[in-house]
Design a protein around this ligand. Structure first.
Ligand code: SF4
Length: 362
């Protein structure tokens, strides 16, 4: 698109947005902290799922300073169920940096925002344009697809050169006046008109600017990512009781769900026969993770769930400490009464098991 065409494109897009843009709950919202939070929460999560989390999170941490001063466990507890917990840890780290280096205010420049933990190029552009009206470009799932089609870009948009092409295009499109509204209009068009399957080209306000439409190549653009192969695994979660309390361990920095608390959990090597209690594997797994020797008693539940490309069957067991084995605490191991599980951030499946134990469902 040359300069004149870009101007016409912007005008058509904004006219469409004024009449048909999504009625998102945060439409027009410019508070930088709120914009930042919602953009981080929206990664990998739907608008409907984010809303209650956003309000609860803001009620507990109403300012960046409050977030910076919070315990990591308290932040993770508020994030529980949203997944991708590194986002919550990075939010807190970024809040601390904002307090120490930027006087408690998010900086307005995308280049500065990108230096903060957990803020990538898209999020930086979104905060800069939505909160500070900076003409910063954005590329995320909806706009990536839209740009590919507008450009007739049939190569892989995920390669370095593909990304460069799309970011350069986005930078050319974004206007100096009301860039936040313009970026929102692009995202809304991608989400509601230029959809992944069967886009509504006939009613599209920018079809005259769209190479894929003009060349009848809409169905083949953008090039789809190869689907990751699904791997099935079986894991054990072991609830160990002693004197009315249950053992929880904090997951290590390099583990999935780092910083969250959990029952000892590990892959089962010989999962084939679900009717057999894998005594040795359970004892070995718990010993490795906590140093405690146990007597496995029974399996109380089987939970199926997915994490990234893994389809997991989680076998949940109850065990007791071996005779003569005292319960001890260490930095990452503690003993908790069932009615205090709610004070610890747990994974979704950890919470299911905790609720079962709290309700006495053995
Ligand atoms: Fe997307 Fe079709 Fe509009 Fe092109 S014409 S931008 S493919 S909806």
């Amino acid at each position: 698109m040359d300069g004149r065409e870009v101007t016409t494109f912007r005008r058509r897009l904004l006219r469409w947005y004024a009449q048909a843009g999504r009625d998102l709950p945060w439409k027009g919202e410019q508070d930088p902290y709120r914009v930042w939070l919602r953009e981080i929460m929206l990664q990998q999560t739907t608008v409907a799922a984010v809303l209650p989390y956003l309000e609860r999170f803001l009620a507990q941490f109403p300012t960046i300073k409050a977030l910076a001063n919070a315990d990591e466990a308290a932040v993770l507890r508020q994030w529980e169920g949203l997944g991708y917990y590194s986002r919550a840890r990075n939010l807190r780290k970024a809040a601390q940096k904002i307090v120490t280096s930027y006087g408690g205010q998010l900086p307005p420049a995308a280049s500065e925002l990108e230096k903060l933990p957990g803020i990538g190029r898209y999020t930086a552009g979104a905060i800069a344009s939505f909160a500070y009206d900076q003409p910063a470009a954005i590329v995320e799932a909806n706009t990536e697809r839209l740009y590919c089609r507008l450009l007739g870009f049939g190569d892989d948009p995920r390669t370095t050169s593909g990304r460069k092409t799309l970011w350069e295009f986005a930078a050319r499109l974004v206007p100096k006046i009301q860039p936040g509204q313009f970026n929102q209009a692009l995202m809304d068009l991608g989400a509601t008109v230029c959809t992944p399957r069967q886009p509504h080209c006939e009613s599209c306000p920018v079809k005259l600017h769209c190479q894929a439409f003009q060349q009848n190549r809409v169905a083949e653009i953008p090039q789809l990512a190869r689907k990751a192969e699904i791997t099935e695994v079986v894991e054990a979660a072991v609830a160990i009781r002693c004197e009315g309390k249950w053992l929880l361990r904090q997951r290590g920095a390099k583990e999935r769900w780092a910083g969250m608390w959990d029952f000892p959990r590990f892959p089962l090597e010989h999962p084939a026969d679900a009717t057999v209690l894998p005594v040795n594997s359970l004892r070995e797994g718990v010993m490795t993770q906590t140093g405690h020797d146990i007597v496995p008693l029974l399996q109380i539940a089987e939970i199926r769930h997915s994490v990234t490309r893994y389809k997991i069957t989680l076998r949940c067991f109850v065990a007791e400490l071996a005779v003569g084995q005292p319960p001890w605490e260490q930095a990452d191991v503690t003993w908790v009464e069932a009615n205090r599980f709610s004070t610890y951030p747990l994974s979704v499946t950890g919470r299911k098991l905790a609720d079962r134990l709290k309700n006495g469902l053995l």
